[in-house]
Design a binder for this molecule. Sequence first.
Ligand code: PRT
Ligand code: ZN
Length: 224
Amino acid sequence: MQTQRLRIAIQKKGRLAKECQELLKRCGVKINYTGERLVVHAENMPIDLLLVRDDDIPGLIMDGVVDLGVIGENELEEVRLERIKLGEPSQYQLLRRLDFGGCRLSIALDKDQNYNGPQDLAEQRIATTYPNILKAYMDKQGVNFSTCMLNGSVEVAPRAGLADAICDLVSTGATLEANGLKEAEVIFRSKAVLIQREGSFSEEKTALIERLLTRMQGVIQAKE
Ligand code: PRT
Ligand code: ZN
């Protein structure tokens, strides 16, 4: 069901939420975020914001339920690979990379363990929230391994005896350090991105997206 208003999905709470709100504000989109609503309406433009878990954003775009979304490339790629596996729609268009949400997806292991390359991970169990990105990487390396799927507390898995290594997001490295782990391989580098659904758009929506992109360009350049 398409509406006249442009629908944009952003993370409700979490690491991308504040910066998404800030970016839209700087682009001149006036929104009152108070309350616990799923949908909020811009006051000065035909835009509706969907405030959701970041995990839901790639699917909302790939199913064509919303027009635009802001999401970390790590989450986007994981969902894309999962959907390809399931034979579900996995298409989207990248409008632009943003200047926040930077991190890397890395394999890490006990800091005292010897590590000389991916072959040292052969037949090991790796705990992760990103099994598809990890498998794609390990397949490319030609290394057999097993996974332990965890949606949280991935960094404690080795100490808890659940896995030999982990594959998790890293930004400063403090979490790895605090858990006695060392970064062994960076397998994916990520930033927040603005994406668009496939398919046609009304002339009005196309013009509004153009306008937003132009303003975004200005906002991001001004910060550089
Ligand atoms: O509730 P919801 O499902 O919406 O949020 P979430 O808890 O799934 O995600 P959230 O808000 O934690 O992260 C959203 C996105 O921010 C991620 O998908 C990444 O694209 C991006 N991002 C950037 C990060 C980090 N940096 C990051 N450091 N996401 C998570 N982390 C975690 C990491 O998992 C580890 O636990 O921070 C810890 C490591 O940080 P350092 O600084 O100790 O290395
Ligand atoms: Zn999430």
